[in-house]
Design a protein. Sequence first.
Length: 344
Amino acid sequence: MPATTLADMETSNGTVRPAVIADLDAMIAVRQRSIGALSEAYSNDVLRGWQQHDESTYLAGMVDDELALVAEQDARLVGMVALDLDKQELVLLFTDPAYQGRGVGTALLRKLEHLACEYGLATLNLEATQNAVSYYRRTGYRERPVERSRRCQSLGVPSTPMHRSLETMQNPYQQRICRLLSDLDLPADYGARHRLKVHPEAFALTSIGSDVFEREQKLLPAAADAWLTMQQTARDDGIDLLVISAYRSVDYQVDLIRRKCDRGQCVEDILKVSAAPGFSEHHSGRAIDITGSDTEPLEEIFEDTAAFAWLMQHAGRFGFRLSYPRDNRHGIAYEPWHWYYTAN
Ligand SMILES: [Zn+2]
């Protein structure tokens, strides 16, 4: 379904937005009311067991990871849905019974499909409870020939595994990234596995001068301004900040991975140090690898330098944050040198 239809739905059916922690109680309440309204489809025992199953911790994790959406109408929270990246599943789609039949659920569903596309997913799975199978069929999902999910069985509610291809919803760039993953034999669920979104390639770039290898480097204009100001401020404090690498295209990342494959490295080892094409922050023109004047580039030991200490203290003021601290949620190795410009 084209994005314009989604926008129309949102206009006529309230708004769909990312959930925040403050929404949790209202989300749980919508879930309980929605399950409670299914008395024609299930026995009271089943409904009670379903309602008593505590999803709050699971849901809070989703909200925290920005993987949950809510719908609002009449200044009320009337629907919710979430994306389980580990299972590549749409989960917890509920609409307040008083607002059913108005397209709220479908607006949530479509928006979640777009979110799944942002993580590079080409297929979205779900477990349809019996009352919802015909609805999901109408919205493009088909029965999936696999064993039944443990999660819904644990609720005591019979369910049908379903799925749909997201190919028609992906933009051409997302389609290109999926093809590249396949061509390079990289895992199709790379983005989902690492909680990484596809980064569009920047198109308006400006020079920030040469890196330590005498190659010209570029960033988005706002990021370039911020970087040059930060570099000068550090210099005034007696700290040299040097560039190792800034903008990198998808083609560059593809070449890098191909060269490593040709040298006999296995995909798993390559992906420990290089992002899959499409998922590197360097495509965005906002990421910069930094070193100091007294250390080897791209070594963890950078964290012991005065340059790193200066960055930890001051970079936030210039709009830069450390993307991959120790034990980051992406499962990416600690990179004290890699900084990302977050401001608009
Ligand atoms: Zn980097």
